[in-house]
Design a protein around this ligand. Structure first.
Ligand code: I3P
Length: 320
């Protein structure tokens, strides 16, 4: 493990950062790094061009394998572990540093966001969560059962299943977790963004109206999909709660990476998944590729609509 060197004065200055739930800004706002989803407080500024993510042994193992897999170019580079203030971190490539005022979107992939082992654990030892009950009634006060209302608490799998069902996860195999626009405004208000139409509107809000940016995103997503289909890592893991991070900027640079492997588990020896089949407990299917197929198809629909509008405008045919 690398032990971080004593800080230089430059690093000290750099580390005097402003923390907010979603935005950490330094270098006079020129180098924003945003945590759109996931656990707050999990990240720290790293060496230039790197971020530090709180160590998690499952995620570390996944990154270790990914660095030797065909998917390597589609995930942030893993640069080993570091100790900072007695806390262990994974040092990861900062995906945003090449962009100028980037727009960022986090899309959580899959038809479910809990591992099969979480269900087993909850059955053996059910643990009531007041915070999850609160989060549930904030979105839908009518969602809890009478019993849950009386307890003022729910168990985690119940919350996670409700969350997947309320959003587009269960039906489309992905959901928008957060969006940060160029001006810095960020939103995580997508818990009820569920139908293809609603998702389409949110994607349009994020990408805008330039077909070229859609085309770059679609190209990259297709490259990710074809690589996943041939990846040893991808075929040997249940990939839960993992996201695709979308980044573009005003120069029309646009790219996507796979991130967040804290709930990516090696499959038991005898189990095979294709990431598209329906999940039934025991088959470990995660619906990742089912979601990616849907996501690509929605982006292609938007791109086609924009291209037809442009064509009509160019040929001066009046709109219907
Ligand atoms: C959280 C979200 C996270 C989950 C977290 C939930 O709900 O589902 O994925 O962490 O569980 O609270 P929400 O997005 O509605 O805020 P894990 O994926 O790590 O389980 P937690 O509170 O137990 O960390």
């Amino acid at each position: 493990m690398i032990q971080l060197k004593k800080q230089s004065s430059w690093k000290k200055i750099r580390n005097i950062v402003h923390w907010s739930p979603f935005i950490q800004q330094f270098k006079k706002n020129r180098y924003p790094w945003i945590q759109l989803a996931g656990h707050q407080g999990n990240f720290q500024a790293g060496e230039p061009g790197a971020v530090l993510k709180k160590y998690d042994s499952r995620e570390q193992k996944a990154f270790d394998k990914l660095m030797k897999d065909v998917l390597r170019s589609y995930v942030p580079e893993y640069r080993g572990d570091v100790l900072k203030n007695n806390e262990k971190y994974l040092q990861l490539q900062d995906l945003l540093c090449e962009f100028d005022s980037p727009c960022v979107m986090d899309i959580k992939m899959g038809t479910r966001t809990y591992l099969e082992e979480e269900l087993e654990k909850a059955r053996e030892k059910p643990k009531l969560r007041k915070d999850m009950y609160q989060k549930m009634i904030e979105v839908d006060p009518s969602a809890p059962t009478e019993e849950e209302n009386a307890q003022g608490a729910i168990i985690k799998p119940r919350y996670m299943q409700w969350r997947d069902e309320m959003s587009s996860s269960t039906h489309l195999g992905f959901r928008i977790e957060g969006i940060k626009k160029m001006d810095g405004a960020s939103s995580k208000n997508f818990k009820k963004t569920k139908t293809p139409e609603e998702v389409k509107e949110a994607l349009k809000h994020f990408v805008g109206t330039d077909p070229e940016v859609y085309s770059r995103y679609i190209k990259r997503l297709k490259a990710i999909r074809v690589t996943q289909e041939s990846s040893e890592f991808f075929s040997a893991h249940e990939i839960i709660g993992s996201s695709l991070l979308f980044v573009h900027d005003k120069s029309k640079q646009a790219s996507v990476w796979m991130i967040d492997f804290g709930k990516t588990n090696p499959l038991p020896d005898h189990v095979k998944v294709n990431h598209r089949n329906l999940w039934v407990e025991g088959n470990h299917e995660d619906g990742y590729l089912f979601g990616l197929d849907n996501l690509i198809s929605i982006l292609e629909t938007i791109e086609q609509e924009l291209l037809s509008v442009a064509e009509r405008e160019n040929s001066n045919i009046p709109c219907e």
